[in-house]
Design a protein. Structure first.
Length: 314
């Protein structure tokens, strides 16, 4: 295997299509981000880049698949904050976040938005807060499984409101959004990436954004942060990064990191992502060592939040 890997590294990598594995269902924020990235990686890699969805268990099934993939650079993982939080949420996890992956660089960051079904009578966060209190324990909160960004933001929301809601897990927030729009679930804390178009189309109600500062998108600039709306200090920013299995040859990693740097400067990608409320990560933050250090810090920060929230590991 090592000889084959070394040969792969020597050969003009990539000499066949590269796969970006997304650990959530198609159509959600992680999938949208991966498809944008695949498009922008085609030119710098000079190869076809395909996206493959392996959903389930809050993203941990897909992450495990890449951790076990042949480390030749042809199977990569596009994942987010869930990679840093799964160790605190799952007793039995079949991969180790820091040891089983090579870190290729962060991709982007986005706030989440607290959105509700269109038939909710509440028209602002204060009214929603009252409605949640009046319906204590009966509110359905959609997410993409334990460890997903929507689940984590939901944890923070319930802790801040001191209100337990009923989680409704999906394979991704795309199917969850369909049910929210249809009124089958009440609320969701969804990344702006997927929520922005639905808010724009007035298919869901928006009550706040999860970042410390308001969003700059004109459509959402008037939406208060949850912190200013009363949940002081509320802060959830969802970041996505690119990963390869541990043991991928250094020459291949360098080629992938260089291609990522080019892709994230693609004006088309930047325009598309900023229109969704995403911020593309600046070049100086794209060093693999920086990326790994950032994830390590996020692991520490979130394991404390998860412990304080009393969420038990699966
Ligand atoms: C999540 O963490 O909520 C996922 O990113 C949702 C998704 O991408 O489907």
């Amino acid at each position: 295997l090592l000889a084959a890997l070394a040969a792969a590294a020597r050969a003009e990598f990539p000499d066949k299509p590269v796969t970006l594995l997304v650990p959530f269902a198609a159509g959600g924020p992680s999938d949208k981000i991966a498809r944008d990235l695949a498009e922008a990686l085609r030119k710098p890699l000079g190869q076809t880049v395909i996206v493959d969805n392996t959903a389930g268990a809050g993203g941990t099934i897909g992450a495990a698949r890449v951790a076990r993939a042949v480390p030749d650079g042809y199977t990569l993982l596009v994942h987010h904050i869930g990679l840093a939080t799964a160790p605190a949420l799952y007793k039995k996890l079949s991969y180790r976040t820091l040891e089983d992956f090579e870190y290729l660089g962060l991709v982007n960051e986005a706030p989440s938005t607290l959105i509700g079904k269109p038939t909710l009578t509440a028209n602002n966060f204060a009214e929603l807060r009252q409605w949640i209190a009046d319906n204590h324990g009966k509110v359905n909160l959609a997410n993409a499984g334990v460890g997903s960004a929507s689940h984590l933001c939901g944890l923070m929301l319930q802790s801040a409101l001191k209100s337990n809601m009923t989680p409704v897990p999906y394979k991704g927030t795309a199917p969850a959004m369909t049910d929210l729009i249809g009124g089958q679930v009440d609320l969701m804390c969804e990344q702006a990436t997927n929520a922005t178009p639905q808010i724009e189309a007035r298919k869901v109600k928006v009550f706040g954004v999860s970042s410390p500062q308001r969003m700059t998108l004109p459509l959402l600039a008037a939406v208060p942060t949850l912190s200013e709306a009363g949940l002081t200090g509320f802060n959830v920013t969802v970041w996505h990064g690119l990963y390869a299995p541990k043991g991928t040859p250094p020459a291949v990693l360098a080629r992938l990191n260089a291609a990522l740097r080019v892709a994230l400067k693609d004006p088309e990608l930047i325009k598309r992502e900023e229109a969704l409320g995403l911020t593309v990560v600046a070049d100086e933050r794209l060093a693999p060592a920086e990326h790994r250090k950032f994830v390590e810090a996020e692991m520490a920060r979130w394991s404390k939040i998860i412990k304080d929230s009393g969420e038990t590991a699966e």
